[in-house]
Ligand binder design. Structure first.
Ligand code: V47
Length: 374
């Protein structure tokens, strides 16, 4: 095949409608709703992946971030009981648990000795835990281990703390920040559309509330991440709408540090009949996220816990520039049947990134560079 023939075959005749999308992306113009749908409907993953990779490289110089991090899931007792979740338990259940402050501090201490720089602390909506417990936890950890960033509590947990305490979400955020909160994870966003939330998680805060709590956090100087749980009952328009609503908020606050697409795992959930996303779906969502956020949300995470390390590595050539981290102990996805290992070593992460032809960069919780491995 001639080079020109190869180029033609890359843009198949059935993909000519993608041309306006390609032109927009290459001209640095933002994609809109219809463009997003077109990307999702296309099967030309190699073309779209190359486009996403191109945009990613313009922003990142080939750096791929990872963190030496540890998850602490402090309780599984939850008032929310979302239909997509295999992790929650009721108070009387045999395997229900709530960690004491001493147990949490022991995990933080072990993490600090392992060189961890980011603690990812999330749990569930447990009525027995008071705001003062979380304040004390943050104060103790941040004073004892100032080198570790504390990325903790989803917007959903913040709303629950406010309701339990009878104060505003703004006050909760301000108090947690004062106690040592560095940033917030992006969980709880699921799909922002209310029709989908009513089926997925009827007891959870509205999508609008999730966005407004993030806006408050950003206003208080607490950066956060954003997520999207996909591969269940959502439609293509729900996905594009979700991404555009996040981008709108980002244009106002610039507070989102990273976007993390979360690949649905159906096992042991009330949606166990749902097939879940294929590898093709997983890559397409990474690609679409990069194309829609371009330089507006800088970092797209390939969350290896949900994608598997091998697909996450391929995502690094399809628009993703963040490999999350060592993780060490994750319970939420593993309760839903994830077959991935409980942790990756720093060496594993560095090898996977280098093997994809990218430069591993250890980062802090707030994306300062710790070390470049070139
Ligand atoms: O909010 C729950 C999702 C989220 C399932 O901000 C499930 O850096 C798949 O938000 N299948 C928690 N997903 C995880 C999360 C996260 C993970 C990694 C990094 C960051 C970050 C945030 O997990 C929940 C929900 O959307 N989830 N159950 C399931 N069965």
């Amino acid at each position: 095949m001639t080079p020109a023939g190869f180029k033609d075959s890359l843009v198949h005749s059935s993909d000519y409608e993608l041309e306006p999308v390609i032109d927009k992306v290459l001209a640095g113009r933002p994609l809109e709703f219809e463009d997003g749908l077109m990307v999702l409907e296309s099967k030309n993953l190699s073309l779209l992946g190359a486009l996403a990779d191109h945009i990613c490289l313009q922003r990142t110089k080939g750096y791929v971030f990872f963190a030496v991090n540890r998850h602490i899931n402090y309780t599984n007792i939850c008032d929310s009981k979302c239909n997509f979740c295999a992790y929650y338990r009721g108070e009387g259940d045999r395997d229900a648990y709530t960690m004491s402050l001493a147990e949490i501090l022991a995990l933080a201490d072990e993490a600090s000795r392992m060189g961890v720089r980011e603690l990812h602390i999330v749990g569930a909506l447990n009525p027995s835990l008071e705001l003062s417990f979380f304040e004390e936890m943050l104060e103790e950890i941040s004073t004892r281990y100032p080198e570790m960033g504390i990325k903790a509590f989803t917007a959903v947990e913040i709303a629950y703390m406010a309701e339990q305490e009878g104060v505003s979400t703004h006050d909760v955020l301000a108090r947690l920040k004062r106690a040592g909160l560095t940033s917030m994870p992006g969980g709880g966003a699921e799909i922002l559309d209310e029709r989908v939330r009513k089926i997925l998680c009827p007891e959870k805060i509205l999508g609008e509330t999730w966005l407004s709590i993030m806006e408050e956090a950003h206003g208080l100087g607490i950066p956060s991440n954003a997520t999207m749980l996909y591969g269940h009952i959502e439609t293509y328009p729900d996905i594009v709408d979700h991404l555009l609503r996040l981008r709108d908020l980002q244009r106002r606050t610039h507070g989102f540090q990273a976007f993390i697409p979360l690949s649905f795992h159906p096992e042991n959930t009330r949606l166990a009949g749902v097939r879940g996303p294929t590898g093709f779906d997983d890559l397409k969502i990474i690609i679409l996220s990069r194309l829609i956020f371009a330089g507006e949300i800088d970092n797209i995470k390939a969350y290896w816990v949900m994608l598997g390390p091998k697909l996450a590595q391929i995502a690094l050539r399809n628009g993703a520039n963040d490999f999350d981290g060592t993780v060490i102990e994750e319970r939420i996805t593993h309760a839903a049947g994830a077959q991935t290992p409980p942790r990756l070593s720093q060496e594993d992460l560095i090898n996977l990134i280098k093997d994809a032809g990218r430069i591993p960069v250890e980062r802090t919780s707030t994306y300062e560079i710790v070390k470049v491995y070139d």
